[in-house]
Each structure stands twice: as structure tokens, then as C-alpha cells.
Write a protein that binds this ligand. Structure first.
Ligand SMILES: Cc1ncc(C[n+]2csc(CCOP(=O)(O)OP(=O)(O)O)c2C)c(N)n1
Ligand SMILES: [Mg+2]
Length: 359
């Protein structure tokens, strides 16, 4: 390391970088989009899909279902009948907006707070309960390395990958963005920026003004959307997915939202943030926003709301009952999903685990 004296002799690099005679070789900007304000009022012309009231009602139902599942999952965990669970309260628009923008044969790679997208794409409520109850049968739909496979097979399919703001501080994300850019993969990255990584706020994760700009260094496009405006999420993801499908390569979308809940049921967020910090964010609630918009358009009334809530809560209760009535898997199954042919030492361990279970 140079001594303090030596450092003071070095030229001021920041000063040199501001030299007015130096040529600018590249310029960048990060755009932010929103269609509905927090009260549900359109602030600009809506995208084509939003002309159809039924389409917006479907998005609304998707968010309401995700919230109902979430509430039930937290209740089951609190009563000892589910494992640790990460609520997506307040973040439903990110998941539902992503899923609605994808085609069925595209592949979604979720983080752990995107139940709304999984439900939209056909994962059942029972599977989700099983998964969070620690049962492998709840997750046997998983696939990996899909974007590269699509490209190698010349398939016109797109992978959409979601991860949190905290994840962007990991080297893996920088590496994934980098190689996706080099290989021009049909891959859309969505940062589910809920402002917190457990107890660490975004300001302590990065000195960057936006997370979207992390795309720039990888040579791919980055943008921000209002992550509590499901129309904005759906529009941005659909645009990125369409471009990726046409061979334009990857894209990064930072969806700005807010985690209204604890990090998981194993967390007590009041230890590091006060109710005073959290409560203003309720005015951004994505579900209220879209409901107000639909009501304003005359496409949603009290009776519709009552019918939907009854339908959704019946579906969630029924799935929870099925989950609770599902006999646990045999202990041997923990060995069954990693290897096609089990290595010998695991064969032995499997035998002794089964023996122990029978004692
Ligand atoms: C490599 C690794 N380090 C730490 C953890 C523990 N951990 C689980 S979730 C989490 C925070 C994630 O924050 P973020 O990416 O913002 O997602 P969010 O939970 O807010 O949805 C951490 C540190 C982990 N799962 N994996
Ligand atoms: Mg986060």
C-alpha cells in the first residue's frame, strides 16, 4: 500500500475526469415509467391491453388471490402448520405484472416472494402450501439454465428471472448480467426492489442512484418502473419479453415497490424500522390503486368485490385443507431428487435414514 505521503502526490483523478477538454465517449440515462398514480388515476395514455376491462379485472384478481394466499400462509405458520414464509404484502403488482406479460411456454425463474406470478402461471395453491410446508412435491416444476438452452435450441422462448434489491449486491448478479449481455440471451431480469434486504435498506447496499443502471456496465438496457402499478410492470415486461423474443438480447427492469410485511415470519421488522416509516407506503398499495382505477372506469362495483373475495377465500381455504390433509412424504424422498443414480454412500445413508424412521 502507498504511504499517506505518496497518495498526496498522486494526481487528482476525479479532477482529471471532470476535465472539460476530455471527450465524452458514452452517455446513459435511466427512464422511469408509471401509468396509474397511487390513487388509481391514469397519468398518461394507457397501453393497449388496458383498454380491455376484463384484462384489468384479471390482473386485479391475480393480486387479490396472491394476497389471500399470503395471509393464509402467514396464519398457518403462526399456528405451527407451515414453515418460515416470506410475505409479499404490498408487492403483488410486481409478480402479477411479470406473469401476465409472459407466454405460457416462456419460463419464469422466481426468487421467493413471487407467489402471485407462480399462481398466474399455473402453480396450484396446494403446491405452494406444500412447498412452504417443506414438502418436495410442492416444487417439482423447477427448471434451470433455461435461457441458454432456448438460445442453443433456437427456440423463440424467453426466460424471466426475478430477484431482490439485496441480491444485486452479490457478484453472481453482476456475472449473470455480464454473460447474458455477451451471449445476448433471451432473458429479462426483474429486480423486485422492495427497498429492504432483511434489515438492510437499499442505501446501505449501493451508492448507485438506481439499481437499473447496473445493466449499463453489462451493455444491456436498464429501466425503472413503478412496481406498485401493475399496468406499468406488465407493459415494461411485455416490451422487454417481445424484444428478447426477437433476438434483441437481455433487458433489466427495476420494479420499485415496498415490503409492507416482515422479511419472513422469522423476522420482526419493528426492530429496525418503525411503523412511522412503513405506514406512508400503504397509500401506494397496488391492489387499492387498480381497484380505484376500475371503479373510476365503471368496471368494478361493490358486488364484484364481494363476489371475488368470497371466491378467492374459498379457494385458499380449500387448498389449505388439502395441504393439511396431505400425509407427509416418506423420509427416503429427501434423497430422491438430486441424482438420477444415487451414489453409493447416499444409498447407504438412505438405507440408514429409512431404518431410523422405522425404529
Ligand atoms: C448467498 C446468500 N446469502 C444470504 C442469504 C440469506 N438471505 C435470505 S433472503 C436475504 C435478503 C434478500 O434481500 P433481497 O434480495 O432484497 O430480497 P427480499 O427478501 O427483499 O425479497 C438474505 C440475506 C441467502 N439466502 N443466500
Ligand atoms: Mg429486498
Amino acid at each position: 500500500m502507498p504511504s499517506a505521503e505518496k497518495i498526496s502526490e498522486l494526481p487528482d483523478i476525479a479532477e482529471a475526469a471532470r476535465d472539460p477538454a476530455a471527450a465524452t465517449v458514452a452517455r446513459f440515462e435511466i427512464r422511469y415509467s408509471r401509468f396509474l398514480d397511487p390513487k388509481g388515476k391514469a397519468v398518461r395514455p394507457l397501453p393497449d391491453f388496458a383498454a380491455d376491462g376484463a384484462e384489468l379485472v384479471a390482473l386485479y384478481r391475480g393480486m387479490v388471490l396472491a394476497r389471500a394466499f399470503d395471509a393464509k400462509a402467514v396464519a398457518l405458520q403462526r399456528t405451527g402448520r407451515l414453515g418460515t414464509f416470506p410475505s409479499a404484502l404490498g408487492q403483488e403488482a410486481v409478480a402479477v405484472g411479470i406473469a401476465a406479460a409472459m407466454r405460457k411456454d416462456d419460463v419464469f425463474l422466481p426468487s421467493f416472494r413471487e407467489h402471485g406470478a407462480q399462481l398466474w402461471r399455473g402453480v396450484s395453491l396446494v403446491e405452494l402450501f406444500l412447498f412452504w410446508g417443506g414438502d418436495e412435491r410442492g416444487s417439482d416444476f423447477a427448471e434451470v439454465r433455461v435461457a441458454l438452452a432456448f438460445k442453443l435450441r433456437h427456440q423463440q422462448r424467453v426466460a424471466v428471472c426475478a430477484f431482490g434489491d439485496g441480491a444485486t449486491s452479490k457478484g453472481d448478479v453482476a456475472e449473470a448480467l455480464n454473460i447474458a449481455g455477451v451471449w445476448r440471451l433471451p432473458l429479462v431480469f426483474v429486480i423486485n426492489n422492495n427497498q429492504w434486504a432483511i434489515s438492510v435498506p437499499v442505501a446501505q447496499q449501493t451508492a448507485a442512484e438506481t439499481l437499473a443502471q447496473k445493466a449499463i456496465a453489462a451493455g444491456i438496457e436498464g429501466e425503472q418502473v413503478d412496481g406498485n402499478d401493475v399496468i406499468a410492470v406488465r407493459e415494461a415486461v411485455a416490451r422487454a419479453v417481445a424484444a428478447a423474443r426477437d433476438g434483441a438480447g437481455p433487458h433489466l427492469i427495476e420494479a420499485l415497490t415496498y415490503r409492507l410485511s416482515d422479511h419472513t415470519t422469522a423476522d420482526d421488522a419493528r426492530r429496525y424500522r418503525s411503523d412511522v416509516d412503513v405506514s406512508p407506503h400503504w397509500s401506494e398499495d397496488p391492489i387499492t390503486r387498480l381497484r380505484n382505477h376500475l371503479v373510476g372506469r365503471g368496471q368494478w362495483a361493490k358486488a364484484d368485490e364481494e363476489r371475488l373475495l368470497a371466491e378467492v377465500s374459498a379457494a385458499v381455504d380449500k387448498a389449505a385443507e388439502t395441504y393439511l390433509a396431505t400425509p407427509p412424504q416418506q423420509p427416503g424422498t429427501i434423497f430422491d431428487f438430486t441424482y438420477e443414480t444415487l451414489p453409493n454412500e447416499l444409498v447407504d445413508q438412505r438405507r440408514s435414514a429409512l431404518g431410523a424412521a422405522q425404529e
